[in-house]
Design a binder for this molecule. Structure first.
Ligand code: CS2
Ligand code: MG
Length: 402
């Protein structure tokens, strides 16, 4: 089998998605997600101008060799654009292999290690009571794990909280919006949220929280300690993870489990975090961490140090990534949990898929390959529209982490 052509589709059914399609001389094609929220066209150009010419004529079954060719052959290694482009190629090659062998991708990863993939939902509200109501709604839908994000008294907006009744979508069209942040207000507020949540829901529901890179290590240590009575499943991205050793400080002070990785893209970005057991869950995703070929290596390395996966799964990862993540989560042994933000109806129409949700778990389905398609005719009705993630500033105007 030979790769004959490849193309990149950029569409925007409610939000921007980048999709790679690799076609072969046997009529089998594969799809890969290359979406990088707020920098989509950088990945499009990397694929169209630099990777696709190198793929034509290659045997799509040589997935490892192609991965190494694209990673080492670039000379300039790592980074979100490079690894998202390689991730799109890798996902498409595994899709092709599954279709050619007439088997779902999870069978290429060692087969089922569990019956279903435990997922967590998002719940958010302008204040604690609205957030509690939102958690209750997700529990009513059958979720066994819910991430709770609440508006902060005194702040006009904050990460993870939708405006009005619209679903939460951080990327906004036009230039980046700006919001003001107060760590002090945040740290005073979050323990109240989870005290209330445990009072309302008891201990049987997994509760999660995303700090979204906004604390210093000692601030995160304080929050982790204050949340210990509420037994969170994890606090996520407590600090920006460039300084892996920052997690040592947090770890010394609290038993609240720690998760990070959605903004990381190779094992080198997290190997100290994992080796030192400074985290409990690694959240790198198939699209941003170079696809199955690299993320499997990361998961296997993490397994040596009691670290489990908790892959990112926000709506800025396309249904192709969601489907692929469910194959991955069904197969690998040290799976922890999978994030699930349901896409919009218009997105699901552009990306018909096999995966499904039932009673807190998701299932990738048994279609060969990834089990996700793209309706290119429908996609064409939603042209790309530049959008940016917000900018965050401290109350004194200092640019901060969003
Ligand atoms: C968040 C994401 O889902 C999460 O955990 O951190 O919503 C993140 O903000 C977006 O994926 C960024 O594009
Ligand atoms: Mg996050």
């Amino acid at each position: 089998m030979k790769i004959t052509t490849a193309s990149v589709n950029v569409c925007s059914p409610g939000r921007n998605f980048t999709t790679l399609k690799i076609e072969t001389d046997e009529g089998i094609y594969g799809l890969g997600d290359g979406t990088l929220n707020g920098r989509e066209l950088a990945v499009v150009s990397y694929l169209r101008e630099h990777l696709i010419p190198c793929l034509i004529g290659r045997d799509p079954f040589q997935i490892e060799d192609i991965w190494q060719y694209l990673y080492r052959g670039a000379y300039w290694r790592r980074g979100p654009v490079t690894m998202s482009a390689i991730g799109a190629v890798d996902m498409a090659l595994w899709d092709i292999k599954g279709k050619a062998l007439n088997t779902p991708a999870y069978n290429l990863l060692g087969g089922k290690s569990r019956n279903g993939v435990l997922v967590y939902a998002h719940a958010n509200g302008a204040d604690i009571e609205q957030t509690i109501d939102a958690v209750a709604r997700q529990i009513d839908l059958g979720y066994l794990a819910v991430r709770a994000q609440s508006g902060i008294p005194g702040l006009a907006s904050t990460y993870g909280v939708a405006k009005g009744n619209k679903p939460y979508e951080p990327a906004e069209r036009g230039l980046p919006s700006e919001s003001l942040w107060s760590t002090e207000k945040y740290l005073r507020h979050v323990p109240e949220l989870f005290e209330r949540a445990r009072q309302q829901f008891g201990e049987d529901i997994h509760l999660l929280h995303d700090c979204h890179h906004r604390l210093t290590p000692i601030e995160a240590a304080r929050l982790g300690k204050e949340l210990e009575p509420y037994h969170l499943f994890w606090i996520e991205d407590p600090v920006p993870a460039e300084l892996q050793e920052g997690f040592r400080v947090i770890r010394q002070h609290t038993t609240t489990p720690l998760a990070t990785g959605e903004a990381l893209n190779t094992i080198w970005d997290a190997q100290e975090l994992i080796r030192e057991q400074w985290i409990d869950y690694i959240r790198m995703t198939l699209v941003h961490a170079g696809g199955f070929t690299h993320l499997k290596k990361i998961a296997d390395f993490a397994a040596l140090f009691h670290v489990r996966t908790g892959c990112h799964g926000a709506t800025d990862l396309s249904p192709i990534s969601m489907g692929a993540a469910l194959h991955f989560g069904l197969a690998i042994h040290n799976f922890g949990i999978q994030e699930h933000m349901p896409h919009s109806a218009e997105t699901d129409a552009v990306f018909p898929h096999q995966y499904s949700f039932d009673a807190g778990y998701m299932y990738p389905g048994d279609a060969p390959g990834l089990g996700v398609e793209i309706d290119e005719t429908l996609a064409a009705k939603y042209p790309y529209q530049r959008a940016y993630l917000p900018i965050n500033r401290k109350m004194d105007g200092t640019l901060f982490d969003w």
